[in-house]
Design a binder for this molecule. Structure first.
Ligand SMILES: NC(=O)c1ccc[n+]([C@@H]2O[C@H](COP(=O)([O-])OP(=O)(O)OC[C@H]3O[C@@H](n4cnc5c(N)ncnc54)[C@H](OP(=O)(O)O)[C@@H]3O)[C@@H](O)[C@H]2O)c1
Length: 317
């Protein structure tokens, strides 16, 4: 588990603003589980963070000075940028944002986590009305959106989360059909069987580990298992070996597929438009957990692995 003391906050001099550049003040910084994967030198789809250099990730910022005619002070932008309070950037690294939308949404529901839910469920899960969909990490940024899209598609949704507060939110606000608090279940396999009497047709897996083992024992013929994330394993130095699932997959003719949201980059506009439309129509509820203060970034990031958030976790600078 990363510690706050593994992080350092340092002060540096601001560089001169070069012709074509803009000076940005960060407004919201996203903390995401995948960043933990960048804190090792294991081979991945994205290179590790460099020790001694700033962490980088999703940032929404305001232009406070511009030497670029296409940007003016007061514009809002989104970029994959270093964790800095103020920085000069090349405008090729940022996208201008529509300020009519709450700006934090671009790091969540109208950003990568919303798109992950949208493409993962619809393209790999391929939900059909009447099917049973199980979602782990259900009260988080991706999970809350998956649950709601699955409900819109006419599925029966069973959510798994780690606290009774999350359980109540999923049931009362998101109207899922059943919720399991895995911290209160002695036998998760039996709990899935109890809450999914007709078996599991789609499993949207945000967490991996023992919770996923329990779901796999309950899958139906032709089930689809969407491997979105394995947060329960990210802090293990050695991955614990569970039951090997291949036999279950063979017997049930099931599909298990991993994906990275950027596999769908060419279709992001379609996803954002659809998510924005559902939001506008009131079909999609959206919740964020916002912590204030740049200095709280490390602790907030670590909070992801302690279940501190409901919905998208962000730091407001
Ligand atoms: N494939 C992609 O392109 C892609 C893109 C974005 C995110 N993801 C993945 O999707 C998953 C969700 O991401 P997110 O941004 O929406 O995060 P999130 O769900 O908002 O936050 C993390 C949540 O994970 C749960 N968790 C943490 N440690 C756990 C453990 N040991 N066992 C079970 N649950 C645990 C906690 O909720 P509880 O209180 O319920 O335990 C925590 O609140 C992550 O695995 C992430 O890596 C994948």
């Amino acid at each position: 588990m990363p510690l706050v003391t593994d992080f350092e906050i340092s002060e540096i001099d601001l560089p001169e603003l070069n012709e074509g550049e803009i000076l940005l003040k960060s407004l919201f910084i996203s903390v995401d589980p995948y960043m933990r994967g960048r804190m090792t030198n294991a081979k991945s789809y994205i290179p590790p963070f460099a020790i001694g250099k700033p962490i980088d990730g999703g940032v929404v910022a305001e232009v406070i000075e511009s030497r670029n005619p296409d940007f003016a002070a007061g514009d809002a932008v989104l970029g994959h940028l270093p964790w800095k309070e103020i920085q000069a950037v090349n405008t090729g690294n940022v996208t201008k944002l529509d300020k009519k939308v709450p700006l934090s949404y671009y790091l969540g529901i109208l950003g990568l986590t919303g798109l992950t839910a949208y493409f993962g469920l619809l393209e790999i899960g391929k939900p059909i009305a009447g099917e049973t969909v199980v979602v782990s990490g259900a009260a988080g940024a991706v999970g809350t959106v998956v649950c709601q899209i699955a409900k819109m598609k006419g599925c029966r949704v069973v959510a798994i989360a780690g606290s009774d507060e999350k359980k109540a939110y999923l049931k009362d606000a998101l109207k899922v059909d059943a919720v399991l608090n895995y911290n209160k279940e002695k036998n998760c396999k039996a709990a899935i069987a109890r809450t999914c009497p007709e078996g599991v047709d789609i499993y949207f897996d945000n967490v991996g580990g023992e919770i996923s083992d329990a779901v796999l024992y309950n899958i139906n013929k032709n089930a689809r298992i969407v491997l979105c994330g394995q947060i329960s394993l990210l802090n293990h130095m050695e991955i614990p070996v569970g039951p090997r699932p291949q036999q279950i997959l063979v017997k049930r003719s099931a599909l298990m597929q991993g994906f990275i949201v950027t596999d769908y980059t060419t279709r992001f506009n379609e996803g954002i438009q659809q998510l924005a439309q559902w939001l506008g129509e009131g079909k999609l509820a959206y919740r964020e957990t916002i912590v204030k203060g740049f200095e709280n970034l490390p602790e907030t990031f670590i909070g992801l692995f302690k279940g501190k958030n409901i919905g998208k976790l962000l730091v407001e600078i």
